[in-house]
Write a protein that binds this ligand. Structure first.
Ligand SMILES: [Zn+2]
Ligand SMILES: [Zn+2]
Length: 106
């Protein structure tokens, strides 16, 4: 697998075959391309390096960023009535990003 960590996230489309979605095993339809997501978002000072990058499907990518936005608007404690609409891996990935970024915002 190629190291694509040097590419900015907006150029981050990769073939789904070879870079499978880390959030879901089943997709309908199967995506042709997946996205590089920065766990600790670049826009919040996250590093553009492979340890901060995961591959996710386009839908999952949107959902993780939506959940990250919810975490910021709720100081990290998203009410379950909202959080329950996200899968456990989506919640875990967003939480990891929120936690990594949090330390830098103090
Ligand atoms: Zn992302
Ligand atoms: Zn997915």
């Amino acid at each position: 697998m190629k190291d694509l960590a040097h590419l900015p996230e907006n150029l981050a489309t990769v073939p789904a075959q070879g870079y499978p979605c880390e959030l879901h095993t089943d997709h309908a339809p199967e995506p042709l391309f997946n996205h590089r997501h920065h766990i600790w978002p670049l826009g919040l000072g996250g590093p553009d390096e492979s340890t901060n990058v995961v591959f996710v499907c386009p839908v999952g990518h949107d959902r993780v960023h939506a959940l990250l936005r919810l975490m910021y608007t709720h100081d990290g404690s998203v009410p379950w009535t909202l959080a329950c609409h996200f899968g456990s891996k989506e919640r875990a990935l967003a939480k990891m990003g929120y936690e990594r970024a949090k330390g830098t915002l103090i």
